[in-house]
Write a new protein. Structure first.
Lengths: 349, 660
């Protein structure tokens, strides 16, 4: 439901910005593609999401918090966004990097074509005869509203204090807040348990020497942080899409990935259906996902129960899965940038 | 080509201890058990006699009571291991139990961590003399081993009660051994009801002996004339095409042939052994091989004609048994717990009523079993060095996975490439209108932003695939409901199954729309079909390679050749006719019942058509939880239906484009 509402807001913003650019025909044609509905259907009917629910995993709750955060930011409801952020970060560490797109969403508003396009449009409009009112509205597009952001930070502070207070009261007998941080965040960051999962870290850390273990821990954790800033700079005009890219990267590189993470970003992918209409390799990606999700349990069974395979078979499917995710992220970013470029060409032509 | 490689050979089996005294003891046992069998009611007396003999040796005895599994179709049976159907618990009045008798020798020098299992099945309801002979053989080996000084692993002797089937007895015992079920009420009370004398209570507590390192199932079969020597037939295939480690088979073969003078066979397709066309092919290869040898003496490709024919028959049988996924004997039950096991069936040349022949068989058979047990006993670890994945072409020759995977990989490799080419070829066709717009018109066109669905057009083909897979799942689950209706002959069940499947297909089409809307091009449909079949075959090759291999031979030509019958208007008439005929032939061959009919014809040599046979075959497959059943219905059938869709595609888009 929340995904659907987010989609609707995104669509309204998109139509508004396209109208400003004078591409009214595009608006009429794209009216039948309701991105929010597609996204929510993808999320609900995704076999991976169903499997995580059957397996009684808590990832649907984490996904819910992330989507609350994104919806709150899109609708500029700062308390809701702050609540979603605090809960998502409390439940699993990685949504912390989503603070960047959330602040951008609250400041600039939902996704829009880059500011350059609007400037080009207004400069071309000033050449032709247009009313003063239109010029003023087109210039007033991109201003960063600090008030909303400050409001968000204030609510963030309140919610986080509340959650930490509650946790410390509940955990007083067991060891208090320090213990909680060590067991939850520490566990995620130090990768102590190496049971096989669909990620790539367990195989690597099973072979690394103890002397280099902390070095590689730092490298793997910084891997995610390195990607935050460049992507934010490139995609700052599309914060919702930025949030999607971040969830995709986190699902790939986190220390204990699971099927629920991919359910989240596949659902968010549907929100951008109209912009991503020309993504390449979709056939390969779709059947690749199906193939890997069928092959991976079989390889696991072969290794552990039948004894005729070994860890390499299972890890190969994990590698193939990571490869597919990489291709998905790269292709979606590429096609989004191509879409923006096309808009620019249309405006200048 | 059959290969031969180095394998494990144990030198300490050079001097067997089994001697004529042991044969005499076996004879004594045989007379005793014949007497017991004569007066037995319900087979309990046999079990009591055996347990008495074991106790006299000083070994531990226990009984194991079990019930047969229900034979109903249950969808989850394929994915969960065979759990004991304790739901058929009687209320203490039913005496329809089976009783396995187990004897355990604790090794004097061992630590009790490992065990070797010897199984001799017998039917307690209807014992015949061959089974008594095999029990005697088992007992004599057991008594020899109880005195052996070299024993370091425990020995377990299971006299399995095969009144519900040999496999059921062994798998029930193994299940209790590895996954014990603790009941709320004790079963000891039940046995005291029909046991006249008070049996010792300790006989009913289940005793275990550690992990099993290997198992041997021994049977004495019918008298057969294979020549002047007694023969042993080895059965090795377990469920879903799994095989024991090749070392175990090599040990048995070496000891049987080179030490005891047996003749070892494996089962073969008798129809192939006597077929004339195979002989023609064999002679052709022989001549070709001799010619090649003259060119280069190192190419030893000329195989003698009888060897080639026999090797092919053995290989065909090996592939067929593995592809069916049904175990060829109770050694299959051991494989589910990762224990290497093989079944040996002794076939004496002369009638066993002849005392000399019987003694000789007992002597040599006993020495063989003792040799195998001694070899396994001396191992420090389970068999893992040799191959687990192989086909047998002769008792001492095999084809390993590294060789037999190559044809399959060659068949499978073009599939993703063809799929990608078809999917991309479709995209380049779409880009033509876009170029026209860019070059010709300067006004802003919203089509540029919205590419008429863009590169997601194959989603409609994927939707067709999804609907067909859904139908296939429904069809595969239908027998669950059909079996609930009692008293149907196989013919009626098969007919009802076919009719219900057609009805469900039509209902799904009505619900989801016809598969030929304006958007689905046949190339995309074919690309989707090829991708799905490559994923399906890839998955199946890991679960049961032989099934995937045979399936690939049938399905892949069908898929790659398929073109709509209406397409190809730009081709000459002869290639077009050839293509049409080949498409139709392959489509007919690809239909699962047709494929099964061919298999049956090749294996049994009879080509009669009976609709009820199909039902019987499917019932056979699902009773044994064979993955072949799932493969046939979830991979083969949807692919065949998609192929039919492609063949009957109306091809409206090509006509439209040509008109523009």
């Amino acid at each position: 439901m929340l995904i659907r509402a987010t989609g609707r807001r995104l669509q309204m913003t998109r139509n508004r910005s396209l109208k400003r650019l004078g591409l009214t025909k595009a608006v009429n044609d794209s009216a039948n593609v309701s991105a929010g509905d597609i996204a929510s259907l993808i999320y609900l009917w995704n076999p991976w999401a169903i499997v995580t629910c059957v397996g009684s995993c808590t990832s649907p709750i984490e996904n819910l918090m992330v989507v609350i955060m994104i919806y709150g930011a899109c609708s500029r409801l700062a308390p809701l966004a702050a609540f979603g952020y605090v809960m998502a970060t409390h439940l699993s560490l990685y949504p912390a990097i989503l603070i960047v797109p959330v602040i951008l969403l609250l400041g600039y508003g939902p996704d829009a074509p880059p500011t350059k396009v609007f400037i080009l449009k207004s400069s071309s409009a000033s050449k032709s005869d247009m009313s003063e009112y239109d010029k003023q509205t087109s210039l007033k597009v991109q201003r960063f509203s600090w008030m909303t952001v400050l409001h968000f930070i204030f609510w963030l502070f309140i919610w986080s204090c509340y959650v930490l207070l509650l946790s410390s009261i509940i955990l007083k007998k067991v060891g208090g807040l320090n213990e909680m941080f060590e067991k939850t965040y520490g566990f995620i960051l130090t990768v102590k348990d190496l049971s096989p999962n669909i990620g790539v870290l367990w195989y690597f850390f099973a072979e690394v020497f103890d002397f280099f273990r902390s070095f590689f821990l730092i490298v793997f954790n910084m891997n995610i942080i390195f990607m935050v800033l460049p992507l934010a700079i490139r995609l700052k005009h599309r914060p919702c899409f930025l949030a999607f890219v971040y969830t995709g990267i986190v699902a790939m590189l986190k220390s204990y990935p699971s099927a629920g993470d991919s359910a989240l970003y596949l659902g968010l992918l549907g929100l951008f259906a109209s912009e991503l209409a020309e993504m390449q390799f979709t056939f390969f990606l779709f059947f690749g996902y199906i193939g890997v999700s069928l092959l991976s349990p079989v390889m696991h069974n072969l290794w552990i129960w039948r004894g005729t395979g070994n860890a390499n078979f299972y890890f190969a499917t994990g590698l193939a899965y990571t490869c597919l995710q990489t291709v998905l992220v790269v292709e979606s970013v590429g096609s989004m940038i191509k879409h923006d470029r096309k808009l620019r060409l249309l405006v200048t032509s | 080509m059959p290969l031969c490689q180095w394998h494990y050979r144990d030198s300490s089996s050079a001097n067997p201890l089994f001697s004529t005294e042991d044969a005499i003891e076996a004879n004594r046992f045989m007379k005793g058990i014949e007497a017991a069998a004569g007066v037995s009611i319900g087979g309990i007396d046999l079990a009591k006699f055996i347990s008495q003999q074991i106790e006299d040796l000083g070994a531990e005895v226990c009984y194991h009571k079990f019930l047969p599994h229900s034979k109903h179709f249950h969808p989850l049976k394929f994915f969960t291991s065979m759990t004991n159907d304790m739901a058929i618990q009687p209320n203490g009045t039913d005496t329809n139990f089976g009783i396995n008798t187990i004897g355990i020798i604790r090794a004097p020098r061992g630590d009790g961590k490992e065990a070797i299992v010897l199984v001799t099945p017998y039917n307690s309801r209807r014992v015949d003399s061959n089974e008594l002979l095999s029990l005697a053989l088992g007992f004599s080996v057991f008594s020899l081993l109880s005195r052996a000084a070299w024993l370091s692993k425990d020995i377990v002797w299971l006299a399995a009660d095969s009144q519900f089937g040999e496999y059921a007895a062994v798998s029930a015992w193994l299940n209790q051994y590895h996954n014990p079920v603790f009941l709320s009420h004790s079963m000891i009370l039940d046995t005291k009801i029909y046991d006249g004398n008070a049996e010792k209570a300790e006989f009913f507590t289940f005793k275990r002996a550690g992990t099993m390192s290997a198992a041997l199932i021994v049977k004495v079969g019918e008298t057969r004339r294979y020549g002047d020597r007694d023969s042993v037939t080895m059965y090795a295939e377990a469920s879903n095409g799994q095989m024991p480690n090749l070392d175990l088979l090599n040990v048995v073969h070496y000891l049987a042939v080179h030490r005891q003078g047996f003749r070892v066979n494996i089962a073969a397709f008798s129809s192939l052994l006597s077929s004339a066309w195979l002989r023609v092919i064999a002679e052709f290869f022989h001549n070709l091989g001799t010619v090649l040898r003259k060119i280069n003496p190192d190419w030893k490709l000329d195989i003698a004609v009888p060897d080639y024919v026999e090797g092919t028959a053995n290989l065909a049988n090996s592939i067929y048994n593995q592809a069916l996924g049904v175990p060829t004997g109770s050694h299959g039950a051991f494989r589910d717990y990762q224990v290497d096991a093989v079944s040996l069936e002794f076939s004496p040349t002369f009638n066993v009523r002849n005392e000399n022949a019987k003694s000789l068989l007992l002597l040599r058979g006993g020495r063989l079993i003792e040799g195998v047990v001694r070899s396994v006993n001396n191992l420090l670890e389970k068999f893992h060095q040799s191959f687990f994945l192989y086909f047998l072409t002769a008792p001492s020759k095999f084809i390993s996975v590294g060789v037999y995977m190559i044809p399959f990989a060659l068949l499978l490799a073009p599939l993703p490439i063809v799929a990608a080419a078809l999917a991309d070829g479709n995209k380049s066709m779409e880009k033509l209108p876009e170029n026209l717009i860019d070059n010709g018109k300067a006004s802003v066109n919203a089509d540029v932003l919205q590419n008429k669905g863009g590169s997601w057009k194959w989603l409609q083909a994927a939707k067709v695939l999804l609907v067909i897979q859904l139908w296939a799942v429904c069809v595969s689950l239908l027998p669950y409901y059909i079996t609930q209706i009692p008293d149907f002959t196989p013919m009626q069940s098969a007919v009802i199954w076919a009719m219900l499947s057609i009805i469900i297909l039509i209902a799904l089409y009505v619900m989801f729309g016809s598969p030929y809307p304006a958007g689905v091009e046949w190339k995309l449909l074919k690309a989707t079909m090829i991708t799905s079949i490559s994923i399906g075959l890839g998955l199946m090759s890991i679960i049961n390679f032989a099934t995937a291999q045979l399936g690939a031979l049938i399905v892949i030509p069908m898929c790659l050749f398929s073109r709509p019958l209406k397409a190809g208007s730009g081709m000459h008439s002869l290639p077009r006719a050839v293509l049409l005929i080949s498409n139709i032939t392959l489509a007919v061959l690809g239909f699962p019942p047709a494929a099964l009919l061919i298999m049956k014809g090749l294996s049994k040599g009879s080509w009669t058509v009976d609709v009820g046979d199909f039902w019987v075959w499917m019932e056979f497959l699902w009773q044994w939880s064979s993955a072949t059943y799932l493969y046939l219905f979830l991979v083969h059938l949807p692919c065949w239906l998609l192929c039919i869709h492609v063949l009957l595609h109306p091809c409206r888009q090509e006509l439209k484009l040509k008109q523009e």
